[in-house]
Design a protein around this ligand. Structure first.
Ligand code: AMP
Length: 310
């Protein structure tokens, strides 16, 4: 069952306390998502960049063989989305230094005709209107999950509320869940969001893992205990990419699977956790670009063994 994702493809400037600063590197929510998902099967992307988007960044995306870029639009006269961030000493918190929306302020990209049969949909971080526009163009979806972020909770709350009623699941950071609901407790925040429509919410807690609040139960997954964190950017998006990629892979083996069930999501979160742990070992997509399936499988087994309670 084919996976499709919309989100940002952008140019980032990242400052870290230990590894220094990198300017104008490839970033964006859709970029990290699709690179991670490509380890599990094909992934289609729907996104727009401006004519300032460097050709070497397109080459980096092309390097991930599973990514179908037919839905990547390059707009003449438009500017690519840009984001700058600075990490605090503990690497778990960051400040956004700037966001230049560029193409995100324009009409949403169109879903190519050939993508309309996509069954698994991920709305990576982007303006909620772009996310909603994408959903409308994907009538055959079996599962739709959205991610969001502080900026959209702040500036596009009504659109985000509307989106919650249309998706099966939501993925977001714990501080954003608090900002969204006014509730400090993760489970209470998750339950509050379920009242707005989705069947499940995945709340990410950085190095403390992720919590699944589902209508059929609650689960907590630890993060893989990483020894080396160079740049946490994209951890959330690559987590989501691994998770959704694993769901799409399961669905292609067993079409009768309920892709939004508690067990399916929990299993898939383990894959997301492991692929995200590689992403943070280098800036941009540098680590995912060299990652092999054998390395991924070995760490997945190690992670499973760590969680085994005997
Ligand atoms: P993550 O670390 O998983 O939250 O993802 C970081 C990536 O998201 C960066 O590469 C940014 O380009 C991108 N990004 C930052 N802010 C936004 C936003 N408001 N909407 C969409 N993407 C964003």
């Amino acid at each position: 069952m084919t996976l499709v994702c919309t989100g940002t493809i952008g140019i980032d400037t990242v400052q870290t306390p230990d590894s220094g600063e990198r300017a104008d590197i490839l970033g964006g929510s859709c970029t990290y998502f699709s690179a991670a998902a490509s380890f599990y099967g094909p992934v289609r992307i729907v996104a727009a960049v401006g004519d300032d988007f460097p050709p070497e960044h397109v080459e980096t995306i092309r390097h991930f063989k599973g990514i179908d870029i037919a839905g990547l639009e390059t707009r003449a006269g438009s500017k690519t989305f840009r984001w700058g961030g600075r990490y605090h000493d503990n690497m778990d918190h960051r400040d956004t230094l700037f966001t230049e929306l560029g193409v995100l302020e324009e009409a949403p990209p169109t879903v190519p005709e050939a993508y309309r049969d996509s069954g698994v949909v991920f709305l990576a971080n982007s303006h909620p209107s772009i996310q909603a526009g994408m959903l409308e163009q994907l009538p055959n979806r079996k599962l739709a999950v959205a991610d969001t972020m502080d900026l959209w909770i702040e500036i596009a709350r009504a659109e985000l509320d509307g989106l919650l009623g249309k998706v099966d699941g939501l993925v977001l950071n714990y501080d954003e869940a608090e900002q969204f609901t006014g509730k400090k407790n993760t489970v209470a925040a998750g339950r509050h969001m379920l009242d707005h429509g989705p069947r499940f919410v995945v709340i990410k807690k950085g190095e403390h893992g992720a919590i699944l609040v589902h209508r059929d139960g609650i689960a907590a997954l630890p993060a893989y205990p990483a020894e080396q964190v160079v740049d946490p950017t994209g951890a959330g998006d690559s987590f989501a990419g691994g998770m959704m990629g694993a769901i799409a892979r399961e669905l292609s083996v067993d079409a009768s699977l309920d892709p939004g069930s508690f067990d399916t999501i929990r299993r898939a979160m383990a894959h997301g956790t492991v692929v995200a742990s590689f992403n943070i070992e280098a800036f941009s997509l540098e680590r995912l670009a060299t990652l092999t399936v054998d390395e991924l499988d070995a760490r997945f087994r190690e992670y499973g063994a760590m969680m085994h309670l005997g």
